[in-house]
Design a protein. Structure first.
Length: 277
């Protein structure tokens, strides 16, 4: 079925259909769930196996920069009551959760939380958490905890920098397995936990929530057009193209939004081309 895309009201019809198929593994829905402090806290409690964990502050789409000015937009950054920091990333593609990206995120977190003049021992304990579409690391584990150790004796290095991979395809009869089941549900009624189900219902099935989500998708489209008009921002164009593709936008519309050829979009999506020109 084809849709008119000339006006917002035209596009809204298409947006509403796409919203019905979104799950927690979709970027736009995940960040609007993680934006809710209760949901963020609930998810972290299960992944961390810590029923007492409290979230003092949580932000989504956090733009962190390194010393060279290169930035990365982190899905969610949260601070717990005991001072720990968490970066939660929802990744549908394995390329977005490779080990060196986890390393890069750790560096960004450290660089952006230590104030000038503070000693290194003030760095908080930090966790990078990747919730992935499937078994990115290939170890057939529902959850993998990665920490630095001293190879000669197996002792922990103690830098308090941690990486966690969660395989969302494993729906075992555990708290974590049930959470990952809910991450793949399209309807709130299919979810097993009330905290997340309530938020999903608000965003996908209430009139106010659907209107809000439509405006969010329209904003992403508008940002894509703005990026497309500026030369020399190919990495941002590629990221925008990927976001629009995940929402189901036709390739021709994506190409028009970011102002590159349909062939270039296809090459980006297949991994055959680099965004750098």
């Amino acid at each position: 079925m084809s849709y008119k895309m000339d006006t917002f009201e035209d596009r809204k019809v298409w947006y509403i259909e796409k919203i019905k198929n979104l799950t927690m593994m979709s970027d736009i829905l995940a960040r609007n769930v993680l934006k809710d402090k209760e949901c963020c806290e609930y998810i972290l409690r299960i992944i961390m196996n810590d029923s007492m964990l409290t979230v003092l502050d949580n932000q989504v789409q956090v733009d962190f920069k390194n010393l060279h000015g290169r930035s990365a937009v982190l899905d969610c950054v949260a601070k717990s009551g005991d001072g720990r920091l968490f970066n939660v990333e929802i990744q549908q593609e394995n390329e977005g959760a490779i080990p060196k990206r986890a390393r890069y995120h750790l560096g960004l977190m450290d660089m952006n939380v230590l104030n000038p003049g503070e000693f290194f021992d003030k760095l908080p304990e930090t966790y990078i958490i990747f919730v992935t579409q499937d078994d990115t690391l290939g170890y057939k584990l529902p959850i993998a905890h990665v920490d630095r150790i001293i190879k000669e004796n197996g002792a922990e290095f103690g830098d308090e920098a941690h990486i966690i991979y969660v395989d969302s395809s494993k729906h075992e009869d555990t708290e974590l397995g049930r959470l990952m089941h809910d991450f793949h549900c399209k309807a709130a009624s299919d979810m097993q936990d009330g905290v997340l189900a309530k938020r999903i219902f608000e965003l996908k099935e209430s009139e106010k929530g659907v209107e809000y989500m439509c405006k969010e998708i329209e904003e992403i489209r508008s940002e894509g057009i703005a990026v497309g008009r500026e030369e020399g921002r190919m990495e941002e164009k590629m990221e925008t193209a990927n976001n629009l593709y995940k929402m189901g936008m036709p390739l021709e519309q994506i190409a028009q939004a970011v102002q590159v050829s349909v062939q270039m979009i296809q090459e980006w999506l297949s991994g055959e081309a680099s965004p750098v020109k």
